[in-house]
Write a protein that binds this ligand. Sequence first.
Ligand SMILES: [Fe+2]
Length: 315
Amino acid sequence: MGKIVFAGAMSHVLDPDYYERACGAVGRRTVEAVMAEIAKMGERFSAKKADALIVVADDHLNAFSFNAVPALCVRIGRHVQRMVQDHAEAFDKVLDHMPERYPLHEELANSILEQGIQAGFDLALSWEAPVDHAFLSPVNTMHGTRPIPPLVPIWVNCFVAPQPTARRCFAFGRHIANVVAKSPWNVGIIATGGLSHFPELSLPRVGETDTVFDRKLVHWMENGEHAPLLELTADELDKAGEHEFLNWMVLLGAVTPARADVRYFGELADPAAALEDVDLSEPERAAFLARDMRKINALGGYLHLVMSIPGLAAH
Ligand SMILES: [Fe+2]
């Protein structure tokens, strides 16, 4: 009988250079501290000698596109490629130093997919989608030079409305736990992304965090109180910059009612520093920091300004 032998959730932009540029020395120090904790989590995971690692993350409209946006998608096949992008953002550029190809746990992925369809989850599947920083930064930070077990990448649509509900993501996690329990394998599962942050689609709030909301989520997770998390709405998550928490909901469903053990919780909340290196005029910068939409529109419009800022990307 199979077992989930390790579960963890973590950020997925793990690039000290990126954070130093965005937030100065404190940014570098913070992400290095996070990465050190993730590496320790990786040591504990490796000690379990698991047969597979399920990675639940979201797409940043680079593996998929508006051509098709799957709510929940299982990567099947035997290998997955590291994403290569001609104009990769800094935190995807760090992938350049990572292995290009990763073995998949084909049988486990197929089991999650096939039994999921049987159970009423209309899952999408992909044989060829590559994986970006959301998968590979955490996986490589966890493992360092140690071997990485076969992966099962799973995408959750966290960004494009209508997203799957928190309740549905949790139920999908329960499904994963059932599949693992019926299997012969010992399996690890991680969820990546978040907590509160605002990608460029919310440009006026880039650099902000809602740590009050974060702490509420952490409190529930630490106490194994998962019922209130099921009630979270897309609107609430969006307003608090918690869109990627849907990935965490899958993980929580897989391990409920286990309590979370917080390894690191840090805060980077400085909108001015986040916009420091962005190519904005001073009036534009001031308008963004003041969230003065009227002024932003007068200066050329929100979309125009977003489109003229090449250095900001979703994460
Ligand atoms: Fe992200």
